[in-house]
Ligand binder design. Structure first.
Ligand code: BDR
Ligand code: CA
Length: 312
């Protein structure tokens, strides 16, 4: 992708790892809009969190609220991981800034016309808003440079049920719409993110640095770091930040495979599972470029810079 500036539309449900991804987007790319999804917590909180975060980092990117609910079946959020407010229940002072009146899906369609074939869409939450946009305008992918999705668990080791990853499992019908109608997209799945966690000690030392961004991230991530530690994980899984790094610096991907991936909608045990046809048994053309290994040092450098630390 060379030195071309990455023009980003981010659809997100902030969320602690979303917050780091959004910081990273502002350091390494140009953010033209944030679509807000319900997911980790409800839409009121995810919208307030996005606005607060933009205040902390001094961004004026517009914030567009999206769908308050999933396409078909109700779903449970991830407050037990991210806190009841999605930002670790720090009781932060809300910003006075409001969100835009335009719906996230409509804003995305408009921006795709304003930046023809230049937008990189990065989805860091359930795919509800993108599925709605795609349903309104099936030609959307022809105007988009690249779609990067954080979602799925490509060998079936989920984080929200035995087999489903959260962003897909929260709104499987929305993921199905996107996966079956988009064309080819870049996938950063949960299992890849587990393999590229950030070692606890390194993150702690970065967060101990002064400055607005490390201090804010240290506060909102306190609960999730404790949760992660209690789970016995050696490092913090920063799924959305990893997806954003791949969106911004595709050369960080060291190995990937093109495969067909579909979403299970009906399974009693497997609703929301992402089924990859690894061996081409079903005859479906590939729709996903599945990242399988990332330059860990490169990713960590990007995280450090996103927090305002020059060399980590
Ligand atoms: C995804 O689920 C959310 O809790 C995170 O923010 C991330 O987008 C990981 O499964
Ligand atoms: Ca998220």
């Amino acid at each position: 992708m060379g030195d071309q500036e990455t023009v980003l539309f981010i659809d997100t449900d902030p969320g602690v790892d979303d917050a780091l991804a959004i910081m990273m987007a502002h350091v390494f790319g140009r953010v033209v809009g944030l679509g807000i999804a319900a997911g980790n917590v409800g839409l009121a909180h995810t919208t307030a969190n996005a606005l607060k975060l933009l205040d902390v980092i001094g961004s004026e990117a517009p914030v567009f609220r999206g769908a308050p609910q999933t396409l078909v079946r109700p779903a449970h959020g991830a407050a037990h991981v991210h806190g009841a407010d999605g930002f670790g229940d720090t009781g932060y002072l809300p910003t006075s800034r409001g969100s835009d009146a335009e719906h996230a899906s409509l804003a995305l369609l408009r921006l795709s016309h304003a930046h023809p074939c230049a937008l990189t869409i990065v989805v860091l939450g359930p795919l509800t808003n993108l599925a709605l946009a795609l349903s309104l305008d099936p030609a959307l992918p022809t105007r988009v440079r690249r779609l990067v999705v954080m979602g799925g668990a490509v060998t079936g080791q989920g984080n929200t049920s035995a087999t489903a990853e959260f962003n897909v499992g929260f709104d499987p019908e929305a993921a199905h719409v996107v996966f079956s109608r988009w064309g080819e997209f870049q996938l950063v799945d949960w299992e890849l993110c587990m393999r590229h966690a950030l070692p606890e000690g390194r993150l702690e030392s970065w967060l101990a640095h002064g400055g607005a961004r490390p201090a804010f991230f240290a506060a909102i991530s306190r609960k999730i770091r404790a949760f992660s530690h209690d789970q016995g994980r050696a490092g913090l899984v920063l799924a959305d930040a990893l997806a954003m790094a791949v969106a911004l610096q595709p050369e960080l991907v060291l190995a990937s495979r093109r495969r067909s991936i579909r979403v299970e909608l009906d399974g009693f045990l497997t609703r929301g599972a992402t089924v990859v046809d690894w061996n081409g048994r079903g005859g479906q053309p590939p729709n996903a470029l599945i990242a399988e290994a990332i330059d860990q040092q490169g990713f960590e450098r990007m995280v450090a810079e996103s927090l305002g630390l020059a060399n980590g």
